[in-house]
Structures are given as structure tokens and as C-alpha cells.
Design a protein around this ligand. Structure first.
Ligand SMILES: [Zn+2]
Length: 76
């Protein structure tokens, strides 16, 4: 087996893992709580994939975990 390829593969895997970690952190940070007008307080939200744009971007809907009210959107 070629040693050079092995190192490249490991590097790719490492970078992929790093990216996944960053995305995960961003997701957790981006909007864990939003003000809900129905509950009248900041509520934990869950992300719901709303649609995928023709250029590949995804639009997420933030939904109140308690009452299901739509509280905002994010393109990403
Ligand atoms: Zn609510």
C-alpha cells in the first residue's frame, strides 16, 4: 500500500471530522432558544428542513418545541 495515499486519506478524514464538529457546534449555537409569541417566553426550538433551493442551499424552519409555532427561518 502506498504510504502517501494513506496520509492523504487520514488528512481527509480528519478534515471531514473537524467540519462536522464545527457544523454541529454552529447548529447548537445558532438558535437553541427563540422568543415564542404564543408561549410568551424564550422557548427551545427544533430545526425543520423546509426546502432545498435550486442552488443547493437548505432553508430551515425553527419551530417551538412546546406549541409548534414557526419562530424563524435560516438559510444554510
Ligand atoms: Zn411556543
Amino acid at each position: 500500500m502506498n504510504r502517501q495515499i494513506d496520509i492523504e486519506t487520514l488528512k481527509q478524514l480528519y478534515l471531514k471530522k473537524q467540519q462536522e464538529k464545527e457544523v454541529e457546534q454552529y447548529r447548537q449555537f445558532s438558535a437553541s432558544e427563540l422568543f415564542c409569541p404564543v408561549c410568551r417566553q424564550a422557548m427551545p426550538v427544533r430545526e425543520r428542513l423546509l426546502l432545498v433551493l435550486p442552488d443547493g442551499r437548505e432553508v430551515y424552519d425553527y419551530v417551538c418545541r412546546s406549541c409548534g409555532e414557526s419562530l424563524g427561518r435560516k438559510e444554510g
